[in-house]
Design a binder for this molecule. Structure first.
Ligand SMILES: C/C(=C\CNc1ncnc2c1ncn2[C@@H]1O[C@H](COP(=O)(O)O)[C@@H](O)[C@H]1O)CO
Length: 252
């Protein structure tokens, strides 16, 4: 990792096989205890787990305390270096950074890396919120504040708490999960004045069309909910949406 601040869990495993067990997996893969001894051990393990979760929130809050205006960008972990999609991410990170925002990503490879790279080129604060995975992965090298989280849900809190908007580049399940979580938060008014911008009309058009016809048509969402999403094609258009929202926040 480049010079900067790195905060994250140091996980020392006595058994190398344990390396494949991430903290999220330990938490979620519950095997019902069979003996009294196992039950007692589970109670102790889960109590300590709560303290680790708590400490992860504290580390995140401390590390991000000084972040002011920020935009979180999601996108595929698999975007190849040098591809058009990668270059779009670089231009996007640069444009958001040049507009005066810190840029937050998932800290990984692909589009995350491209956006951090662009933010770094713009001289903006470049933040990567990584996640412990069952395979070796370090934060990408274009990050100034990097945190490696054990728990997805703690990391997700940070994505929202420190951002004024979400932008999604094309991506897979991870990106869709992050998009729909953001949409639910805005729809339920957990966050307000929070633009959600999808970049790439060709990539996202089919999904937005399905949302507009099927979900609205069957009464699963309100027609106005579709308006929570902006779909654009260029970094300048993303910045225009961000600036309109910033102006609305300043003059409600
Ligand atoms: C699968 C590969 C790498 C996985 N590494 C990740 N590192 C950090 N964040 C990730 C990773 N994978 C998913 N995410 C999060 O979801 C979004 C991307 O997921 P998608 O399924 O690729 O769309 C991204 O915004 C991250 O927050 C290959 O090397």
């Amino acid at each position: 990792m480049a010079a900067g601040r790195y905060i994250g869990p140091t996980w020392v495993c006595a058994d190398p096989a344990d390396l494949a067990l991430t903290s999220d997996r330990r938490l979620l893969n519950r095997r019902p205890p069979r003996t009294t001894a196992e039950l007692s051990q589970l109670k102790i393990d889960d109590s300590w787990r709560v303290l680790r979760i708590q400490s992860e929130f504290v580390s995140g809050f401390d590390a991000l305390l000084h972040v002011e205006d920020a935009v979180t960008v999601f996108g595929s972990a698999r975007t190849p270096l040098g591809s058009d999609a990668y270059e779009l991410g670089v231009a996007l990170g640069r444009a958001i950074g040049a507009a005066g925002y810190a840029v937050v990503t998932g800290g990984g490879p692909g589009s995350m890396e491209s956006v951090n790279r662009g933010a770094r080129q713009a001289g903006a604060r470049s933040i990567g919120l990584g996640i412990e995975l069952p395979f070796e992965q370090s934060l990408n090298p274009f990050i100034d504040i990097g945190i490696n989280f054990r728990y997805f849900f703690v990391r997700k809190t940070m994505f929202v708490k420190y951002a004024q908007a979400f932008v999604c580049l094309p991506g897979g399940f991870g990106t869709l999960d992050e998009l729909f979580e953001a949409l639910t938060l805005v729809q339920t008014h957990k966050v307000t004045q929070f633009p959600i911008v999808l970049v790439g009309t060709d990539f996202w058009g089919g999904l937005v069309e399905w949302i507009s016809t099927r979900l609205v048509g069957e009464g699963m969402i309100a027609a106005t909910d579709v308006g929570l999403i902006s779909v654009v094609d260029t970094p300048d258009q993303v910045v225009a949406v961000l600036e309109a929202s910033r102006a609305a926040r300043a003059d409600p």
